[in-house]
Design a protein around this ligand. Structure first.
Ligand SMILES: [Fe+2]
Ligand SMILES: [Fe+2]
Length: 164
């Protein structure tokens, strides 16, 4: 769980980095994206710390997620501000489901620290999704196909990062 979550938070931070690199700081959505990026950094720092403390091997795919996350962010931002937000809505939909699944599994484990982290981060991921929808994510041309492709990509990334 810790490996895949660290990988996911790392990927999320890279997505927003890629979006902001394309959009710059003066676009209408830049400050909202900055805020989400800062929260992703807190999530990532927390899992980085936990990976070290508990001796979890990080995913070997990190160099790949660095490029893939950044490229996803930059590409969607280049498509326009709504596409950037469609990306966030799609990613957070999958992360929400992923964290929910982990919380269900943790019910039979005694790990209050991890449970608390995931509960808290999941709430923020849902805020990111709400921000993205409010910013017009669903009005992106081709939204259903774009969203489905990104969601599939997330599920593949989650599946790989659990093991590799
Ligand atoms: Fe996050
Ligand atoms: Fe997020």
């Amino acid at each position: 769980m810790i490996r895949v979550n660290q990988a996911g938070e790392y990927g999320a931070a890279q997505i927003y980095k890629g979006q902001l690199a394309v959009m710059g700081d003066d676009a209408p959505d830049s400050s909202a994206i900055h805020h989400m990026a800062e929260q992703e950094q807190v999530h990532l720092d927390a899992f980085d710390k936990m990976i070290a403390e508990r001796g979890v091997r990080p995913t070997l795919l990190q160099p790949f997620w660095k490029v893939a996350g950044y490229a996803l962010g930059a590409t969607t931002a280049a498509m326009g501000p709504r596409a950037a937000m469609a990306c966030t809505a799609a990613v957070e939909t999958e992360i929400d489901a992923h964290y929910k699944e982990q919380l269900d599994a943790l019910e039979s484990e005694n790990d209050p620290e991890l449970t608390r982290m995931i509960t808290e981060f999941r709430e923020e991921e849902l805020e990111h999704k709400a921000t993205a929808i409010a910013a017009g994510a669903e009005e992106t041309p081709g939204y259903p196909a774009l969203s489905a492709a990104i969601r599939l990509g997330c599920r593949v990334a989650i599946g790989l990062s659990k093991r590799i």
